[in-house]
Design a protein around this ligand. Structure first.
Ligand code: M6R
Length: 605
């Protein structure tokens, strides 16, 4: 939530910050701002409501000179997205600057105290409390003032501060992510790795309760009371190109097209040479668990639902899936024989992180399916299965979902083989299908033109119904979520067999029904359900297998995807639904990569 970039070095800070903010705009895009310190003089500040482009224009007419600065792209929590509420926030004397991600939970009582002491507030944000609090404690020692202020603050935050009197950035972290980039005679700080990629691959991930003092040639990490801490320097293997659009009009489209190669990375080296097993680097002993609980948010939770089908089928373990925001508050019953699997692209989603903590409190074994290395979840979980999807910039998740599905395929096979519930032959069959999936995804992408025509025909409709059964019920949920997120069209998803228990009342010629009707063990039943829709003048857009000519007699529009093993089909089928959402949003002239009200990773409750 919200992007932070800070720079201290030999380059013009404004250039580095603007470039970094562009790479982080997916974290928030309702306002942006930047402050630069021209040595010795008062700080120069520019901030604007609106997307980053508005700030970039403003900076052209008010160039900011200096080699130390901070920038922010905001996703509003407290206070509307206005110029005044945009970060950075300055002290009344204009010499202290603060940027903050997260929420200061006790900002109201603090504000009351500060107002009583004569502080004058300019904005409606919780962040401004921090500025006044640090100012209140400032007696010439910036670091001491920040420490004293933080003692009084509660909440989740990532904070960066500097003062015109110092050549230093002070950063602090409590829950919200923050990473330091190490350069030569220059250093960086950011809320997320992509901002750093063009400049350095050497990074230090701050932990909760860490404070960092960042100067041009030195970085010191301490706790909040000043005790120096050792923190590992990690090397990031993402290439900068992976965070560029590379000729595509949108990151989302690029990421949809990257999915075949992402799969190769997720599978990379994990299939055993005998062709009927997988090798996963996990400490987990499958003999010691008798139940699996999967928890995640949004798209990651739908990947978890596919995981539920896979693990139950192949490893014969009982599995439950629940969204993390519910799981953590309902006192789930877990024990040391439960495996809790958390799934997250960012590794920072607060609901998922807290669900993991709840599982650990109850003694469950924990495993994370994650994309971002060094993320908060990666540091707290027992085992990690990285999906290796590379940086995902589009707010609507696509390639990370694909890689999560692939990771669940691997996990289910691994568990099934260890538990003796999956035969050599069946394992080899699924692995063959998985190996072939990148080719099938390329073929599924060839339906784009067909999908574009459907999007054109239905872009003016207000409601969609998505139906899918079995392992493709989550695919229907994901298809509906993608459409909602980027085209703002109301879309609901149901298990196809549930339709006649209620949603069928909605069917008329005003609501397209997207039905997943690819070959499966429930194919005939799906065809019957399609006929029920047609009998009520519904419009059926069906996802079908290329060779299925017969079904065309029962549907209005077909989207063809290649056939594969039923247990692997969610990986192929979802591609068509991602494209349907993309093509629809494109035709409605909407901002595909930065849909309204959303942010890429949700680090506040
Ligand atoms: O980073 P995470 O995978 O934990 O994020 C979870 C959800 O917030 C995320 O999948 C969200 O639903 C996406 N916008 C979906 O496109």
């Amino acid at each position: 939530m919200c992007g932070i970039v800070g720079y201290i070095g030999h380059r013009q800070a404004a250039d580095v910050i603007l470039d970094g903010l562009k790479r982080l705009e997916y974290r928030g895009y309702d306002s942006a701002g930047m402050v630069v310190s021209p040595q010795g003089a008062n700080l120069n500040l520019v901030k604007r409501a609106g997307k980053l482009g508005v700030l970039a224009e403003a900076v052209k007419t008010t160039p900011l000179k200096g080699t130390l600065g901070l920038g922010h792209t905001r996703w509003a929590t407290h206070g509307k997205p206005t110029d005044i509420n945009a970060h950075p926030h300055l002290s009344e004397d204009g010499r202290l600057a603060v940027i903050h991600n997260g929420i200061i939970e006790n900002y109201l009582p603090l504000k009351k105290q500060l107002l009583a002491k004569g502080h004058v507030f300019a904005s409606d944000t919780d962040t401004e409390v921090l500025v006044h609090l640090i100012e209140e404690h400032y007696g010439g020692d910036l670091v001491a003032a920040v420490r004293a202020a933080l003692v009084e603050v509660s909440g989740a935050y990532a904070l960066v501060v500097f003062h015109a009197d110092y050549e230093l950035i002070v950063a602090a972290r409590a829950t919200s992510p923050m990473v330091i980039g190490i350069g030569k005679n220059e250093n960086f700080v950011a809320s997320d790795v992509p901002a750093l990629l063009p400049y350095t691959r050497k990074v230090v991930f701050l932990h909760d309760g860490d404070m960092a003092l960042i100067s041009r040639d030195e970085i010191t990490v301490t706790d909040f009371v000043g005790q120096v801490l050792e923190r590992e320097v990690s090397n990031i293997d993402w290439d900068a190109e992976a965070a560029e659009k590379s000729g595509y009009p949108h990151y989302m489209l690029k990421e949809i097209y990257e999915q075949a190669s992402v799969l190769q990375q997720t599978f990379g080296g994990r299939f055993a040479a005998n062709g009927s097993d997988v090798a996963l680097d996990l400490t987990l002993n499958p003999a010691l668990i008798d139940r699996v609980v999967i928890t995640a948010a949004g798209t990651a939770s739908y990947a978890g639902m596919v995981g539920e089908y896979l693990i139950e089928k192949l490893a014969r373990l009982p599995v439950e899936v629940e969204v993390a925001s519910e799981f953590r508050y309902r006192e789930p019953v877990l024990n040391e024989r439960t495996l809790c699997v958390v799934v997250s692209q960012s590794g920072e989603t607060i609901d998922t992180l807290e669900a993991l903590r709840e599982a650990k409190r109850q003694g469950a074994k924990t495993l994370a399916i994650l994309n971002v290395k060094g993320s908060s979840i990666s540091r707290e979980v027992d085992d990690v299965l990285y999906i290796h999807a590379g940086p995902e910039i589009g707010v609507a998740s696509t390639k990370a979902y694909m890689a999560m599905l692939a990771a669940f395929e691997l996990l289910a096979i691994w568990l099934g083989r260890h538990r003796g519930t999956l035969s050599d032959e069946r394992a080899a069959e699924i692995i063959r299908a998985l190996r072939h999936t990148p080719v099938l995804i390329e073929q599924a992408l060839e339906s784009r033109e067909q999908i574009a025509q459907i999007a054109e025909a239905f872009k003016g409709y207000n409601d969609y119904l998505f139906l899918g059964r079995g392992i493709n019920f989550p695919t229907a949920l994901e298809g509906a979520l993608k459409l909602k997120e980027i085209s703002y069209i109301h879309a609901e998803a149901y298990a196809t067999g549930e339709m006649k228990h209620g949603p069928i009342a909605l069917i008329d010629d005003d609501m397209p029904v997207v039905t997943i009707a690819t070959k499966s063990s429930l194919y005939e039943k799906t065809v019957s359900n399609i006929q029920e829709v047609k009998a009520r003048d519904g419009i059926v857009i069906a996802l079908i297998n290329e060779a299925d000519e017969e079904i065309k007699n029962h549907i209005d529009y077909a989207i063809s995807v290649p056939e594969t093993d039923e247990l692997v089909s969610p990986l192929v089928n979802v591609v068509a639904l991602q494209l349907l959402a993309y093509e629809t949003a494109e035709r409605l002239g909407l901002d595909v990569d930065q849909p309204r009200n959303l942010a890429k990773s949700v680090t506040v409750e």
